[in-house]
Design a protein around this ligand. Sequence first.
Ligand code: SF4
Length: 78
Amino acid sequence: MSFYLTTVAGGESTMKIVLTSEKCQGHGRCYSLAPDLFDADDLGNAVVLVTGDLDADQLERATLAAKNCPEYAIEIGA
Ligand code: SF4
């Protein structure tokens, strides 16, 4: 899994959530940790709620979710 450093200026970053759905096994950690960024589909697999650039607070929580995904399904990238 790769994480990238980014410059956050004025609370905005150019980082986005990248979810590889094929890896997701529905453990639910991401939408438990960051329910404003992730939700579950009918099978309990993750869907991303925010498709654009993350603000600083979102970036922090998205990174936390990515680090806690046991399937390495979430990446934070430009
Ligand atoms: S934590 Fe990972 S495996 Fe679990 S629901 Fe989220 S993306 Fe899927």
